[in-house]
Structure formats: structure tokens, C-alpha cells
Design a protein around this ligand. Structure first.
Ligand SMILES: O=C(O)c1ccccc1N[C@@H]1O[C@H](COP(=O)(O)O)[C@@H](O)[C@H]1O
Length: 230
């Protein structure tokens, strides 16, 4: 898949083999491994678990996305190769120049653009997205979760995003506070090409629940199909 269209449904912060099976059987096409140490979903990128989960995910036909927050470019590039990541998700205060260096090193970059939760104009959103498109990054929009950076179940103003999406030329992914009960409505309003979820498919927090993963994927697929029906 191209950088413009990395995946349709991603389950982020998987930690166990059974999470991969639940994602794959439910129709997700990507999983995320979280390499941000303070997160409840953290996995050591240098440990054996990361490599073996990534290999298993690949065998199941899943894209494997490594989530980084403010790691340096050289270590991201080295870990991409070590874990065999399909994409790296830059979810911190990284710069477009860092994404550009990663791209030059052959790494496919997904930029999480963290937006304020308030209403925004299409121009305000485009101003934040454009520098990343210019360096070839795929785009994910998430709500600003403050010092946690993400994974806190915080939603965006979907109506603002929908108005921008109608004018956006390229594919993009919606994240932030999605769950089985609202992902269909979120897709209808915000009009993304794919969705990403972490906390909304967990019980207890930090542990993926196969039933929630399944319900989320069914509703997400229903929303995406309806949106792109000719
Ligand atoms: O999941 C985390 O712990 C996390 C930590 C730091 C940055 C991003 C994180 N997750 C990403 O955040 C969004 C939204 O998550 P949620 O569905 O609201 O819980 C998603 O892109 C995750 O990949």
C-alpha cells in the first residue's frame, strides 16, 4: 500500500498473540506496537516479544505500525529494520525534517497530527497537515491528549474534520476516543479513509478485549463501506 493509504482499520497497542488473532479475524488490516515507555501499552522494541509479534502479524497479513514519541531518527530507523515495521507512527513533537530523514532512509512515516478538541476551520487543519504531506508522510488526525500524547480516549470535533476532509486531496486516518458505539457515526461525520483505536477496545485498560475489537471492526467496516459506496 502507498504512504497515502496505509490501512483501513488499525488496532493499536497490541501485546499478545491473541490480540493479533482477534484483530485479523475481525477484519482489521493493521496493528500497532507501542514503543513509548510511559504508556500502559508499552512494549520494549529491543525485546524478543516485539519481533515475534511483528512476525506473527505479518503472517496474518496485518500491517505492523511502530508507535514512537520523540525518539531519535537513527534509533527509529534501526528499530524499523529490527522489528520489520511496515510504518512508523510519529506521535510526539517530531519535526517534518525528521520525517524527511526517515523517508530518505526508506522508512514509511505516518504522522499523528494532534489537534485541539475545539471547532477548527478547514484552513486551520490544513495548515497543520500540509508540512507533513510535503515530506511524504501519511496522515492520522488525533486529539491533543496533553502530556500523555495519545491513547487517552479523547475525541476530536468530528464536524470540523469532516468539513476539512471534503476538501482534502489525500487519504487520511481518524483516531482519538473511538469505540464500537461511536465509530460508525464518527466515520459518517468526519469522513476518514481509515480509523485507529487504542483505549476504546480495552477491558481492563491496557488489555485488548476480543469482543470489543470485533464489534469495533464490524462498525468501522460498515462505516467505511457506506462512505465509499459509489
Ligand atoms: O496508546 C497509547 O498509549 C499512546 C501513547 C502515546 C501516544 C499515542 C498513543 N496511542 C495512539 O493514540 C491514538 C488515540 O488513542 P485512543 O483510541 O483515544 O485511546 C491512537 O492513534 C493510538 O495509536
Amino acid at each position: 500500500m502507498s504512504a497515502a493509504s496505509p490501512f483501513r482499520i488499525k488496532i493499536c497497542g497490541v501485546k499478545r498473540s491473541e490480540d493479533l488473532v482477534a484483530a485479523s479475524e475481525s477484519g482489521a488490516d493493521a496493528v500497532g506496537l507501542n514503543f513509548f515507555p510511559p504508556s500502559v501499552r508499552y512494549m520494549d522494541p529491543l525485546g524478543e516479544q516485539a519481533r515475534s509479534l511483528a512476525a506473527e502479524a505479518e503472517q496474518l497479513g496485518l500491517n505492523v505500525v511502530g508507535l514512537f514519541v520523540n525518539s531519535d531518527v537513527d534509533s527509529i530507523a534501526a528499530l524499523t529494520e529490527r522489528v520489520r515495521l511496515t510504518f512508523v507512527q510519529l506521535h510526539g513533537d517530531e519535526t517534518p525534517a525528521a520525517a524527511s530523514r526517515l523517508r530518505d532512509a526508506g522508512v514509511a512515516v505516518l504522522r499523528a497530527v494532534r489537534l485541539p478538541r475545539r471547532a477548527l476551520s478547514p484552513a486551520e487543519i490544513e495548515d497543520r497537515v500540509a508540512p507533513w504531506r510535503e515530506v511524504g508522510a501519511a496522515i492520522l488526525l488525533d486529539a491533543d491528549a496533553g502530556s500523555s500524547y495519545g491513547g487517552e480516549g479523547v475525541s476530536l470535533d468530528w464536524r470540523s474534520i469532516g468539513a476539512w476532509s471534503e476538501q482534502a486531496a489525500d487519504h487520511w486516518i481518524l483516531a482519538g476516543g473511538l469505540g464500537p458505539k461511536d465509530v460508525f457515526r464518527a466515520i459518517q461525520i468526519a469522513k476518514p479513509h481509515g480509523v485507529d483505536v487504542a483505549s476504546g477496545v480495552e477491558a481492563p485498560r491496557g488489555t485488548k478485549d476480543a469482543n470489543l475489537v470485533n464489534a469495533f471492526c464490524l462498525e468501522a467496516e460498515r462505516g467505511l463501506q457506506e462512505q465509499f459506496r459509489p
